[in-house]
Design a protein around this ligand. Structure first.
Ligand code: BGC
Length: 723
């Protein structure tokens, strides 16, 4: 063993650095895509010899314990210094077993569930030999045209901070060296969500205040939770590409927040500094990225080819290269790779563990479902004898996991048809796709519509394909793709003619803009992409075995022209007033979204009363206790999610109309009441003042509690802050 006798990790690392050539150092700063074909392992643009030569120190996209170990052996036993590889993969919402996509899972408003799915994904991925995941994605998304909103927590920064903490805890566990822990990666740093016009990879130009108030807090939370790595986004921010953003990477991240982990570039992002127009070649690009603090070059090879020349020219220092190498080796040490590079992947996953993950996947999927509409208690479905399951997403098991399932086994996903057959075993289930998800063929519509005659219950399964959200999946029109609208309109018309109700199960990685569908359908379920157990979970909700409880973490617009629409807007000097023409509004649609943030029905019905807060005069060191009584006036047991918002009425800078500060849950039987208690540290009422520094200002603050971010549905009281 090359490290025998070395006392501490730091000593080991310094010894290694002392022994390394520049090429070997740059190898540790290089991450290359890998794969496996019948002929053996493959390395993008290179050969496995590069691992033996010490020219590649990190891999991505390798899957499978045996393959990972084979690569690891080349590095540990074949290279001069025997430094183990860091092997990473995008484990975004599960590894082999797929949990709901992050946007869906956020809708469960259950930090325990968020942490649990990350933990389970880590166990499964580590058993496959992996040590690093490129997750969680912490980008705030207020523009559903942008496809990557599906990978994050939606529109609200406070919510994303909670998700950040849960995910980092889940992936990394309590001990990074453990054989079932993964290093997490806070990405994409930062402000990737507000790409111009929602178009993927486009420039970002937003205010410094918005960067600090909205986009940075989740990343700060990830650092506090101990996240091991960071990834800058592909995009530029007001003219400075994030991959070379010294102010934010060195200044904010490393110096202000003390992050001493590894910064990994996004895929080819260092090379793309040339396309951004800030570097003439790889030598300049490598110099800019290293100076900004980027440690690992993923896939552009700018470090490998550029850094040695930059060093010769005196553009970068050996100290800067060593510092980056030290961080990479420290991470490898923290992951336990020096002690036992084969510990991950040494124990096969068990059937019990797999069964447990499927149970968790089903449970979290149930809780991620958002019931958008339920007229005349159409759901749960009752007295089902003949059920027509119509639409291209009814029997589409492979689509169920949504985007980003690098190692998924798509053949094991449960689609709706299978789930409904299980849940409605006694019923006669008829199925027609009618149309494809995409495509122009309408020949199948007539047969699909005819099913309405024979059925007493009609469920229409429409929406996006899995790959229509995620990376490089922006859309300008947020409608139903292909000819699905024609199918839906025909089914709704026939059903209405027959006096039958239609339930729509809508699959998407983002809010869709379908006012006509939401108007005409009797019930609409947002099923997002729920993962391996999607079909079972949806059937559990439609059958009434489970009451839906998910709440949308992002506003659903009435029209694409309304985007961005989000609850945290500031008031403006002429807020909308129906009596006054010269106030902020559209001539053609209301200002508010069709479904606000937090909207989601249950099979119960809840009323709120007696909102009270103590103390009423609040000092900075106090913690507010907010209580509200909740009653289930419906006729089914259900869980209600209760939101806490604040509004600072007069401050030195304009404050958002609503700020999310907490949520709680209560499960109540029909007719039962209970009290929800939420704690709010007064510290959280601080905001960034004129100089973008946190201030605690005296004055009135409204406390608002209720079922969603629609002010009309919130109870309001107030407190007085004393500075
Ligand atoms: C994505 C990252 C991802 C990386 C590696 C990039 O295209 O932007 O989110 O982690 O690829 O797969």
């Amino acid at each position: 063993m090359p490290f025998k006798g070395m006392q501490t990790l730091a000593n080991r690392i310094e010894k290694l650095i002392g022994a390394m050539t520049v090429a070997e150092k740059v190898g540790q700063l290089t991450m290359t895509a890998s794969g496996y074909t019948v002929t053996g392992p493959t390395i993008a643009g290179d050969s496995t010899e590069a691992i033996r030569a010490g020219a590649i120190g990190n891999l991505l996209n390798m899957v499978g314990a045996a393959h990972c170990h084979e690569m690891q052996r080349l590095a540990v036993e074949g290279s001069r210094l025997g430094i183990p590889l860091l092997i990473g993969l995008d484990i975004i919402h599960g590894h082999r077993t797929q949990f709901p996509v992050p946007l869906a899972e956020t809708a469960s408003f259950d930090p325990g569930a968020w942490a649990l799915t990350a933990r389970e994904a880590a166990i499964e991925a580590a058993a496959d030999g992996l040590a690093l995941t490129f997750a969680p994605m912490l980008d705030i998304s207020r523009d559903p045209r942008w496809g990557r909103g599906v990978e994050g927590a939606g529109e609200d920064p406070w919510l994303a901070t909670r998700l950040a903490e849960a995910k980092v805890r889940g992936f990394q566990g309590s001990d990074l060296t453990a054989a079932d822990s993964l290093a997490a990666c806070a990405k994409h740093f930062c402000a990737y969500g507000p790409v111009t016009a929602g178009r993927e990879y486009a420039p970002v130009d937003i205010s410094e205040r918005t960067v600090h108030e909205v986009h940075l807090p989740p990343f700060a939370a990830a650092i506090k939770a101990g996240v091991a790595t960071f990834m800058p986004s592909f995009t530029d921010l007001a003219g400075i590409p994030m991959t070379m953003h010294t102010g934010l990477l060195r200044g904010w991240l490393r110096e202000k927040h003390g992050f001493d982990g590894v910064i990994i570039s996004d895929y080819n992002a260092i090379g793309e500094l040339i396309k951004h127009g800030v570097a003439a070649d790889h030598i300049e690009a490598a110099t800019l990225a290293l100076k900004a603090g980027v440690d690992i070059d993923m896939m552009s090879d700018a470090y490998r080819h550029g850094l040695p020349i930059a060093l010769e020219r005196g553009w970068v220092t050996l100290e800067a290269i060593d510092a980056a190498v030290r961080r990479v080796l420290t991470l490898k040490g923290r992951l336990g790779l020096f002690d036992d590079p084969y510990r991950r992947g040494s124990k096969a996953d068990t059937p019990e563990a797999e069964a447990r993950r499927r149970r968790i996947a089903r449970d979290v999927a149930q809780r991620s479902i958002v019931l958008l509409k339920n007229e005349r208690e159409t759901l749960p479905l009752k007295a089902v004898r003949t059920l027509a399951l119509i639409g291209p997403l009814a029997d589409a098991a492979r689509e169920m996991a949504g985007p980003w399932g690098a190692a998924q086994d798509a053949t094991s996903h449960v689609g709706m048809l299978a789930g409904m057959r299980r849940a409605f075993g006694k019923a006669d289930i008829l199925h027609e796709a009618g149309v494809d998800i995409r495509g122009d063929d309408t020949a199948g519509i007539a047969a699909a519509v005819d099913l309405c005659e024979r059925a007493d219950t009609i469920v229409l399964c429409v929406g996006e394909a899995a790959n229509m959200s995620g990376e490089a999946a922006s859309r300008a029109q947020l409608d139903l793709p292909g000819r699905q609208q024609a199918l839906a309109e025909a089914v709704l018309a026939r059903a209405q003619g027959l006096g039958k109700r239609v339930t729509v199960v809508l699959f998407s990685g983002r809010p869709l803009v379908l006012p006509w569908l939401f108007e005409q359908a009797d019930a609409v379920v947002a099923a997002w992409f729920l993962g391996s157990e999607a079909g079972n979970a949806i059937a559990d909700v439609l059958s009434g075995a489970v009451s839906p409880g998910g709440r949308t973490p992002i506003s659903w617009p009435r029209a694409v022209g309304q985007i961005p629409v989000f609850f945290g807007e500031r008031p403006g000097g002429r807020p909308f007033n129906a009596e006054d023409h010269y106030t902020s509004k559209y001539l053609d649609i209301p200002n508010d979204p069709l479904f606000p943030f937090g909207h989601g029905l249950t099979y119960g019905r809840f009323t709120y009363s007696s909102l009270r807060v103590t103390p009423e005069r609040v000092a900075e060191s106090d913690t507010l206790t907010v209580r509200v009584d909740v009653k289930n006036t419906g006729n089914r047991r259900a869980e209600e999610t209760v939101f806490l918002f604040t509004r600072d009425l007069v401050a030195t800078v304009t404050r958002p109309l609503l700020e999310l500060k907490g949520f709680g849950k209560i499960t109540l039987d029909p007719g039962a009441s209970g009290t929800v208690t939420l704690q709010l540290p007064a510290q959280e009422l601080k905001f960034l003042g004129l100089e973008l520094q946190p201030v605690f200002e005296a004055g009135e603050v409204e406390i608002l509690v209720g079922p969603c971010a629609d002010r009309k549905q919130l109870l309001v009281t107030g407190v007085h802050l004393v500075a």
